[in-house]
Design a protein around this ligand. Structure first.
Ligand code: HEC
Length: 123
């Protein structure tokens, strides 16, 4: 009986270790790397993403020590309020846009909070 238990446990260990290594990334990270929502890597280099990042915009590594939560929320929801000439799209509003198909912004306030939670952790 003891022998069987030992065998079962030792067979499970590698899978547990594997599952730990594959810990899911934060909800904010998922939004940022999803091409149909944030797709931030279309312009930014993101920590933890390699291969298909862009260096058009500044890398997002370190933004957590550069900006506050309120400022990061502004960047993501409507960067035009920080720099009227910015090429960063407004993710939290459709204000000022004339040809969007629906009135729905790209990201909801909840999704923006999740993104900001991840950004602020990048110090
Ligand atoms: C179309 C390109 C584009 C996309 C997509 C984009 N950004 Fe940006 N972002 C920029 C540009 C360009 C800047 C630089 C600001 C400027 O010049 O106005 C910027 C600046 C920023 C900054 C300030 C960086 C700093 O170093 O001060 C943050 C934070 C940021 N973006 C977050 C995001 C997040 C989060 C996403 C995805 C939800 C995203 N961006 C998607 C183009 C983009």
């Amino acid at each position: 009986m003891k022998q069987t238990l030992f065998t079962v446990i030792s067979l499970c260990l590698p899978f547990l270790a594997f599952a730990q290594g594959m810990a899911p990334k934060s909800a904010g990270f998922e939004i940022m790397t999803n091409r149909q929502s944030g797709n931030c890597m279309a312009c930014h280099d993101l920590p933890g993403v390699s291969g298909f990042t862009s260096n058009f915009a500044p890398p997002l590594q370190g933004v957590g020590s550069k900006w506050t939560v309120a400022e990061l929320t502004q960047w993501v929801s409507d960067a035009r309020k920080i720099n009227p000439n910015t090429l960063m799209p407004p993710f939290g509003t459709t204000q000022g846009l004339t040809k969007v198909i629906s009135d729905r912004a790209v990201l909801s306030p909840d999704q923006i909070s999740q993104v900001v939670e991840t950004l602020i952790s990048w110090r």
